[in-house]
Design a binder for this molecule. Sequence first.
Ligand SMILES: Cc1ncc(COP(=O)(O)O)c(C=O)c1O
Length: 429
Amino acid sequence: MFIGQQPKAAILEDYARYVNPGRVSVFKMIGLDFIPGRREGVWLWDVDGSRKLLNCRCSGGVFNLGHRPPRVVAAVKAALDELDVGDHMLLDEMRAALGKRLAALTPGDIQYSTFSPGGAEAIDVAIKLARAYTGRPGIISVHKGYHGHTGFALATGEDSFRGKFGPMPPGFTKVPFGDADALAAAINEQTAAVIMETIPATGGILIPPDDYYPRVRQLCDQWGAQLILDEVQAGLGRTGRMWAIDEWGVVPDILVIGKGLSGGVYPMSATCHRPHLDRFFQQHPFIHLSSFGGAALGCVAALAMFDQITEPGFMEHVQAMGERFEAGFRDLRARYASIATWRRRGLMMGLEMADARMGMALSPLLAQNGVLAVFADHRPSTLQLMPPLIIQPDEVDFVLEALDRALTFLEAHPEMLEMVSALSGALGM
Ligand SMILES: Cc1ncc(COP(=O)(O)O)c(C=O)c1O
């Protein structure tokens, strides 16, 4: 009814004429003028049916449960017979139900949730709350972190994204990720919050030293700063635990969740905070509003998503599939010098290549071999692999075989790296 109404060439033309011509030319240039049509489980089909790709990008975790997960789709279809987005000013039964579920599932005594349509807005809420509660201006983020493109979220990020938009709000500074001494030197009585992705994804799937989060928590406590952890990508079972931070047993003051929260069928994110912070919202219950934040349909989708990921065996499956990938990486590294190492928690995986251009070259090569995967924007030497958490053993093997073929080609064609240099130069990367 919707997919493939127009020939692919006509869609490309309309996209270029009415949406974003720049993107169309880039995708054509790298041979990835793929337009998702049919989508199901781990697979995406090109709109003209000419090829299919196993999705190891998953839009950073939006498709944690694969495309159109049957349970979530069924719940939303049923909800459409009774509900709509709801009125964000009024109270809402579905929002209350999802808030309660989040309070039960989030770490420690995190209790309250504020809902938004996207991850960046949820980050903005977190920063607003930390600043308002502490009455301080300082926000410390980490170099090469990524929290989105709205106001405060953008201000936490790199100049590659924010530099062209004029002066950023004051009070934002950055420290290296994983270096507690650097944070100790930067934090002070003016710091409202320290914010980071628990496992920075765009920074290259970075895993901090074991004592990092306990020290970050201690420094925040010492200075009265709020700890904001962004689990927009790392949360919801991606690491084989409900939350990535569970590995370190640390409770943030604010946990930000998005992407996979509503099973890839409805835009939804949440800023979940501990009771002490709620003093501010209790004094100002209408100070933050969002027409589509906490839409009733999205809450239904999120509840169905949680039903699935809290089923017995779900996290064990993620861990087992991650280990199957790990065994494959070990075998590949023994055969290909171009793999330097890898970093992995559950199915959040980064293959570190010996050369930044190799990470970039692998995306189109993998696409030619049936796998959609991208390099980390702030660390192009890392190939991100984020398959759906429902991936099965034969599908893991399919990805590993595609990698094997892509690496054989790459090592046999070193001239590809020169082409990547020229292309990334032309694109201003
Ligand atoms: C870690 C992280 N935080 C926040 C965001 C922003 O989310 P959204 O694109 O939904 O605004 C992203 C998006 O990729 C992300 O990866």
